[in-house]
Design a protein around this ligand. Structure first.
Ligand code: OGA
Ligand code: MN
Length: 302
């Protein structure tokens, strides 16, 4: 995009589905003023996931825009840190390397340059197994496959509000342990033992219903299904309750699916939305640059 967004211009905000997601038009995120950001922030609180198409963002632009939402999380050490940085598919601004991660299936000399590969990623909240999961993640499409690799989002406020009354009352006082041992596509993380017994899950324990610190609305907080455990209950009851909550929360009517185009920027609220990704044909490259905003400990709903 070229011309700066004139100060005071109203952005065009179009809901992308009934439950979650909105498209924002009429803004260049590389040249954003405070008035436009205020509108974006309000739209984000209302729609949980925002999509901006046709954005030309350098890694530093992506970082600058991301920082308006809070402090950035540092990226973990990754395979590409030890790889040949002259390969154009690995290109990342050196000043951005601490804060911008690559999500990609691309391999150079047999080594993955980014996270998640081409696998399906199951429904999850990013890093819910930490005591302070990120508040948001931003994903910018640099290279996207012609089909597949769609990312779906679901609205966890709605999931909570539409629960049957008995379940709503029941889950309010309960917590859940979130498994840290595997990533969202099911791969065992380094340093973790393989475990199939939810009562032995290693990871953070969070309230099942949390209050969003900005909107102050309650939402379900499920995080990830595998090895999840409600420690207040015997295992069979915990499994039954979690199956019920997951089946309810992941219904199509609470979802919207992003079909990526190159230069789409999507931000999701990781406190009140979950996401999942379809797999895709590994013959196509998918390269996304990603930032993550530091969060706070989930607050219990009382
Ligand atoms: C993530 C993630 C989805 C995608 O980056 O946290 O789940 O579409 N990615 O690659
Ligand atoms: Mn994720």
């Amino acid at each position: 995009m070229s011309a700066p967004t004139p100060a005071g211009t109203a952005l065009k905000i179009t809901p992308l589905g009934d439950a979650i997601g909105a498209e924002i038009e009429g803004v260049d995120l590389a040249r954003l003023d405070d008035a436009a950001f205020a509108q974006i922030e309000r739209a984000w609180a209302d729609h949980l996931v925002l999509r901006f198409r046709r954005q030309q963002l350098s890694d530093l632009d992506l970082m600058r825009f991301s920082r308006r939402f809070g402090a950035l999380d540092r990226v973990p050490i990754r395979a590409s840190d030890v790889m040949d940085h002259t390969d154009p598919r690995l290109a990342i601004d050196p000043e951005a390397r601490e804060y911008v991660t690559i999500i990609s299936n691309v391999k150079v000399d047999g080594m993955a340059i980014g996270g998640l590969g081409n696998y399906e990623a199951h429904w999850h909240t990013d890093m819910s197994y930490n005591d302070t999961p990120p508040s948001a993640s931003l994903l910018y499409g640099i290279d996207v496959p012609p089909a597949g690799g769609d990312t779906s989002f679901c609205n966890m406020y709605l999931a909570y509000e539409t629960l049957d009354e008995a379940s709503r009352e029941r889950v309010r006082g309960l917590t859940c342990v979130h498994d840290a041992s595997r990533n969202s596509s099911g791969e065992l993380r380094r340093g973790f033992a393989d475990n199939d017994d939810p009562t032995h899950t290693v990871g953070a324990r969070h309230p099942l219903v949390r209050v969003h610190p900005v909107t102050e609305r309650p939402c379900l907080f499920l995080g990830r299904r595998r090895n999840a455990y409600v420690p207040e209950l015997p295992l069979d009851e915990s499994e039954r309750l979690l199956d019920h909550l997951w089946a309810h929360a992941t219904q199509q009517r609470f979802n919207w699916t992003q079909q990526w185009r190159q230069h789409d920027l999507v931000i999701w609220d990781n406190r009140c939305a979950m996401h999942r990704r379809d797999g895709f044909d590994d013959r196509h490259d998918r390269v996304m640059h990603r930032t993550q905003i530091r969060g706070t400990a989930p607050m219990r709903y009382v």
